[in-house]
Design a protein around this ligand. Structure first.
Ligand code: HEM
Ligand code: FE2
Length: 1290
């Protein structure tokens, strides 16, 4: 039989080779990982499939081969490479290295453990074996412990008396026995300690550990019980809080804890930061050079730790951002801090956030304050690990038992990631200050490691967990049941206490929840004396003394009712709290010399950060004064009215203002909305909810759950700009384009989402699109709008808060707003007087009332397409007079002109219906045409696919465009497979027959004409056409077609109007007030265009004007876009956009600018539909004239909300920092340096260009904010850069 297997091996070998040469799915690149590794041993789904085939081949080669051949024709076909791949060295296809800013020397890691020095494979093997042995021994130990429990239960049963609140596990008799034997072990004089003693002491440590572990989160009860048991075993009333614990003696008494921790007596040695056991020896080594947590008496410089403290203090003092005085002044720095932080820590006012979200908020805030940068997704995972993984603090023997140091190793990897994260910011002020403080005594990499240590050990677990505890406290009296009664609003709540004095609230929480339960010192004569007084035993020298902060903070001799949470304690008592390794009143003392010697340097910082984060996650607080009491009685609908919004009667305490004047950027609207919801929300009782649920079809139910899941995962860790990796050039450059109905071509391979295991998403798609779920339109309606809000609150908790909360109600006024500020405002145009006939489906202007029509918003295009019974076709146009008042609505497919009640004899219902119909047609048309098809499937798709396919990864333009294409492939692909497909979300939400929907898409795509953004608004609505003065200002639209580009330099930043007369300025200001898009849209365009133009100037030099060219003053710079790949890129760009060619540089700049704007500004404008769905009666997607109510059905409302929450999946913000993508000149001596085309000067110019771009965007943002602060301004946020994302989301 043997020879057969040899043959099969050969076949398998051939197969593997064949597979590796032919299919790109074998390889998986991780471009972000510093080394740009391209590997082919990652278990992706495809590799698993192939391996299964291989195994089959080995056992049954004919079958295996057949399956393989079939698979290459079907399943693997989509991954076929265009050229054979050099499978032994796929690195030849790898990315040219883009050197990031990190100095590699700073990443130096110490080898702290034996296995660190082993080569990779050996190390894995070693760890594996060690893990097996450790795990095995761990089980044996647990077995012994079980025997021990039985032993204690039998022989020591009656030893203890019960005390209240004693922890349930382990049994009291086990505890008592452990303590008793332990005490004997500890007081054994050193000379009597033999190996037997040692074994026994380890065993007892294990026993205490097992006692401690289940009570780790809140060990207070355990500590109390242990003290009680101990006193009892000695036959005494009490032992003044001394008790055997861990590997030494615990101290519970406030008096002693304070004395030991704050002693300046040099004989009291501070010991490693521990909970009761010695820390792992690797941690000691890891900290060796810096001594932060441990003054080492045997070190050549015993007071080395003072230097470390100095470095940390200076580092903290030099943070580039601070939360202190955040609201005192609006200086630029504060605003920048605030802007960034409010973005990365979005308010979570509806429900208690989950713990991980809070942890990450604390970590990201701290890291941002320290560096001004953000954490990558990997680093955020590392932070969570630092918070949750205490294993580096645990002794070696214990770590060994946990699968051979398995968890500990993960901990060190996290520290390494943070070291790299800090190294990215080595040039920042904080680290520079730290380097300086080190004064040459520590090397730079040592300082970075010290800072990393302080961050990972100090700034991770304690503040994160404490904040989560505070937030939990804030929500503890907010549950649905409590809030159900109206009276509940009158009672004082935790939130009220919090805002009354956040610092005290935090301190009091920290008193009861000491995250760090114990701090250790080593015993000296004085301590031994204390112990002897109370227990009668002699303590050997240098025994570990574990000062229990937990107990000290609840000492009844110091605090009145110590177990009660009371932030209104007297200042004296609050000053006694001893959580930050020192007494509060001493830590906050003015005189730095007199502060406790080892108090936590992060004290102030952590309180500020916790205050900030807690206020972001706090429920909203409503002041309980007379007036607000009254306004609470108002019924829900009335509160929905516009009036109560603009001038909210409810006084809202703002999180950070501390009662002082309000910071201009506080998002009041967000709070107002939540309050509105809180009051309008009725409690949806179980029966009604069931009733609604039962009316849903399977598809809707499934997709509600799925969207909930997806959102939860996504929002917990949304991508940040720093996560955008440099482009990569894997063999999969082909992108694997796929043709889909309604969407032309979409790519299926995304360099930004190389999900190892995308099986589940595919599966979900398959299930959703399967025939299980026939398309059914269910009619059941909600009983009331209140129910709709309650439903939304319950099932769509992640519904984003609107940027503009005013789309409520359906007054005619609001309709005018909708036409001039809403998502379809770019379709509103002036009617030219002489115009006889309008387009295809609009009313003839002969109707008398329309004589006065001055503007129209024509949303009739969709009336061409048939809908399912019993719905009405879409299509309506709204007419406005010169004062922009709504005067009539034309319903195109009935050819009917509806007028407001006063003008027509029809029923009021008709008018309401017409308005609703027009709004809904606008939503349908804008969403399907402008958003899905134009922005997603044409423009963003083109930018992404063409740049990825035809520009090599290291091409500057490809890198430049990268942020604007981030994850676009994934987004568009999922839109193609779950939105626009048959039975997809769009098909279900809107009423079209699927055939008609396909036709509609074809129609839109066929009618697509490339326009630059300024032309998105009709000519006669532009700013220049609406200034009285006929001053010719051609360059208002700084764009190409037919214009001389040089002029544009004169009018950057919208300073256009300054030269014009005052009246002109007023005129245009007036117009902007009525039609803000006329200003915002070209202004945004100009900023982006300038950014692109400057980019090309840096790369290819300034464009020579014709004369200079003739004179022959051509510079030596590269010729503009002349390389074959560049030419190809341009040619390919034209195809999907329907352009005949791009004749000049200015044209190219325009096209690229337009595509970038589509992904950012336009996408925000047409894609942010959540605002319009906030009032459930505002807009709909299916029209029924035959029903009395216009409200969407339960099913349809749910589907609309699914679409909305999907759009809430955030992409990195446009204002975030992606400067890491700008290639640098190599500083390291790695071999593959960048091609020398990049010079220092160019790097600097690129950075400058980038910062200028950001600066201009910030100015824009401020300008828009300023406009909104003016009285009676209706918000228009579509082109506000602070809301934009840098690439398209759903
Ligand atoms: C709620 C928040 C915090 C609490 C309750 C807390 C508590 C403590 C405690 C009890 C110690 C003494 C530990 C020991 O020596 O065994 C300590 C030390 C320390 N903490 Fe914090 N800490 C907090 C936040 C921070 C933050 C945000 C940072 C810094 C960035 C920080 C940096 C440090 C450092 C560097 C030490 C070592 C000081 C030394 O050994 O001399 N801590 N902290
Ligand atoms: Fe979108």
């Amino acid at each position: 039989m043997g020879h057969f297997h040899v043959a099969e091996l050969a076949v398998a070998f051939w197969m593997a080779k064949d597979f590796h040469t032919r299919f790109t799915c074998v390889y998986n690149g991780k471009p972000g990982d510093g080394g740009n590794v391209l590997s082919h041993n990652i278990w992706t789904e495809e590799n698993v499939v192939f391996t299964i085939i291989l195994i089959i081949t080995y056992f049954l080669s004919p079958v295996g081969l057949t399956i393989y051949f079939l698979a290459t024709r079907t399943y693997f076909q989509q991954f076929a490479a265009s050229q054979p791949i050099n499978w032994r060295n796929p690195q030849n296809l790898k990315i040219k290295k883009i050197v990031s800013a990190v100095d590699y020397r700073l990443l130096f890691k110490r080898t702290i453990r034996f296995d660190d020095s082993l080569p990779d494979n050996l190390r894995t093997f070693y760890r594996f074996i060690r893990g097996l042995i450790g795990g095995f021994l761990g089980f044996i130990v647990l077995g012994f412990y079980a025997i021990y429990i039985v032993y204690c239960l039998i022989f020591h049963r009656k030893k203890t008396s019960a005390i209240e609140n004693s922890p349930r596990w382990p049994p009291a008799s086990v505890r008592a026995h452990t303590i008793e034997s332990f005490w004997h072990s500890i007081i054994t004089p050193i000379e009597n300690r033999d190996w037997l003693w040692k074994v026994k002491s380890y065993w007892l440590q294990i026993c205490t550990f097992i006692l401690f572990a289940p009570n780790g989160e809140n060990p207070f009860a355990l500590f109390r019980a242990m003290q009680h048991d101990f006193a009892e075993s000695l036959g005494e009333e009490s032992t003044a809080g001394f008790f055997p614990f861990g590997d030494g003696v615990g101290v519970a008494n406030y008096k002693y804890v304070k004395a030991y921790l704050q002693s300046r007596d040099p004989l009291i040695m501070k010991d490693f930061q521990t909970i009761g056991w010695s820390v792992s020896s690797s941690l000691i080594k890891y900290c060796e050079s810096n001594h932060i947590f441990l003054p080492n008496p045997s070190h050549p410089m015993p007071d080395h730790h003072l230097l470390s403290r100095k470095i940390i203090h200076q580092w903290l003092a030099a943070f580039p951002h601070t939360l202190k005085n955040l609201h005192d002044s609006c200086s630029e720095r504060n605003t920048a801090t605030y802007r960034y932080l409010t973005r990365i820590v979005p308010r979570h006012p509806k429900s208690e956030a989950n713990k991980e979200m809070i942890y990450l908020a604390v970590g990201e805030t701290l890291f941002f304050l320290a560096t001004g940068g953000s954490l990558t997704s990997d680093e955020r995972d590392a932070y969570l690990d630092c918070v949750k993984n205490p294993f580096t603090f645990l002794p070696d023997w214990f770590n060994f038992l946990v699968a051979g140091h398995y968890k500990e190793n993960i901990g060190y990897e996290s520290y390494g990631k943070f070291q790299a994260a800090f190294a990215r910011h080595a040039q920042g002020p904080a680290l520079q200050a730290a380097f300086e403080a080190a004064g040459g005594k520590l090397s730079k990499s040592e300082v970075i490691r010290l800072v990393t240590m302080a961050f990972c050990l100090g700034a991770a677990p304690a503040p994160a967990k404490l904040t989560a505890d505070i937030v939990h406290r804030l929500w503890s009296d907010q549950s649905d049941e409590i809030l159900a009664g109206q009276d509940a609003y009158k009672q004082e709540k935790m939130v009220d206490l919090f805002y009354e004095n956040p610092r005290n609230f935090i301190k009091e929480s920290a008193r009861l929840y000491t995250v760090l339960p114990m701090v250790s010192v080593l015993s000296n004569a004085r301590i031994a004396n204390d112990v002897k007084t109370h227990t009668g035993a002699d303590l050997p020298a240098n025994t570990r003394i574990h000062c229990s902060l937990t107990d000290a903070n609840r000492d009844p001799n110091e605090f009145t009712s110590p177990d009660e949470f009371n932030p209104r304690r007297s200042a004296i008592e609050l000053g006694k709290i001893i959580t930050w390794n020192g007494v509060e009143s001493d830590i906050e003392g003015k005189n730095k010399e007199l502060r406790p010697p080892r108090y936590c340097p992060g004290h102030d910082l952590s309180i500020l950060v916790m205050k900030f984060v807690a206020s972001r996650f706090a429920p909203v607080m409503i002041s309980r004064n007379q007036e607000s009491q009254r306004s609470m009685q108002v019924n829900g609908i009335e509160l929905m009215s516009l009036n109560s919004l603009v001038k909210p009667k409810l006084y809202v305490e703002n999180s950070l203002s501390d009662g002082k004047s309000r910071h201009p950027d506080d998002e009041e609207s967000e709070i107002v909305i939540v309050i509105r919801e809180l009051y309008t929300r009725t409690h949806l009782d179980v029966k009604t909810e069931k009733y609604y649920l039962s009316s849903l079809d399977g598809y809707t139910r499934l997709i509600i759950e799925l969207s909930k899941l997806a959102l939860k995962g996504w929002n917990a860790k949304p991508p940040r700009a720093i996560d955008i990796a440099e482009p990569c050039n894997l063999p999969t450059q082909d992108l694997h384009l796929k043709r889909v109905d309604c969407a032309r071509y979409v790519a299926t391979w995304d360099e930004d989402d190389q999900n190892r295991w995308h099986c589940h998403t595919k599966l979900v798609n398959k299930i959703l699109n399967s025939a299980f779920w026939p398309l059914e339109d269910h009619e059941l309606q909600f009983n009331s709008i209140d129910d709709m809000i309650a439903w939304r609150w319950k099932h769509f908790p992640s519904m984003p808060s609107p940027n503009n909360p005013q789309w409520c109600g359906d007054s005619d006024d609001l309709m005018s707003r909708f036409a001039f500020f809403g998502l379809a405002c770019h379709h509103t145009r002036k009617l030219d007087p002489g115009m006889e006939s309008m387009e295809l489906h609009t009313a003839t202007l002969t109707h008398s009332i329309l004589k006065s029509a001055h503007y129209v918003n024509d949303m009739t295009a969709l009336s061409l397409f048939a809908v399912r019974a019993p719905f009405d076709r879409y299509g309506a146009a709204a007419y406005f007079d010169r004062e922009r008042r709504l005067i009539g609505i034309y319903l195109s497919h009935r050819d009917e002109l509806v007028m407001p009640m006063s003008h027509s004899c029809g029923l009021d219902n008709d008018w309401t219906y017409a308005k609703y119909m027009w709004r809904s047609s606008a939503l349908a048309e804008v969403t399907i045409r402008d958003h899905l098809l134009t922005t997603h499937f044409i423009e963003s798709n083109t930018l992404t696919n063409v740049s990825r396919q035809f520009l090599p990864a290291a091409h500057p333009l490809r890198i430049f465009l990268k942020p604007f294409t981030y994850r676009t492939v994934t987004i568009n692909y999922s839109a193609a497979t779950s939105l626009v497909n048959a039975g997809g979300l769009c098909h279900r939400i809107w009423g079209f027959e699927y055939d008609e929907f396909v036709k509609l898409c074809d129609y839109v795509i066929a009618h697509y004409r490339f326009r630059t953004m300024p032309d998105w608004i009709p000519d006669n609505m532009k700013l220049k056409k609406n200034q009285q003065n006929n001053y010719e200002k051609e360059n208002v639209n700084n764009h190409v077609i037919g214009e001389n580009n040089e002029k544009s330099e004169h009018n950057q930043n919208n300073k256009v109007h300054e030269t014009n007369g005052v009246s002109d300025k007023n005129q245009s200001e007036e117009w902007v007030k009525h039609y803000p898009i006329a200003e915002d849209l070209p202004a945004f365009w100009n900023i982006v265009r300038d950014y692109v133009r400057r980019f090309f100037e840096i790369e290819y030099g300034k464009e020579e004007s014709k004369e200079e060219e003739k004179k022959g003053t051509m510079k030596s710079e590269r010729t503009f876009m002349i390389e074959p790949c560049e030419r190809r890129f341009i040619a390919e760009l034209c195809k999907p956009l329907g352009l005949d060619g791009i004749p000049s540089r200015a044209h190219l700049i325009d096209v690229i600018t337009q595509l970038m704007c589509a992904c950012t500004g336009i996408h925000e404008h047409v894609g942010h539909v959540g605002d319009y769905l906030f009032d459930p009666s505002f807009i709909g997607t299916k029209l029924r004239r035959d029903l009395p109510s216009l409200l969407p059905s339960v099913q349809n409302y749910s589907l609309m909300l699914v679409l909305t929450v999907l759009t809430a999946m955030k992409m990195p913000g446009l204002m975030e920092d992606w400067s890491h993508l700008i290639p640098r000149v190599a500083t390291d001596n790695h071999e593959d340096k960048l091609p020398s085309i990049i010079t220092e000067e160019q790097v600097k110019s690129h950075l400058d260009n980038y910062y200028l771009f950001k600066h201009q965007l910030t100015e824009r943002m401020e300008k828009i904010d300023k406009r909104h602060r003016m009285p009676d301004t209706f918000p228009f946020q579509s082109f506000n850069p602070s809301f934009m994302e840098c690439s398209v989301s759903v």
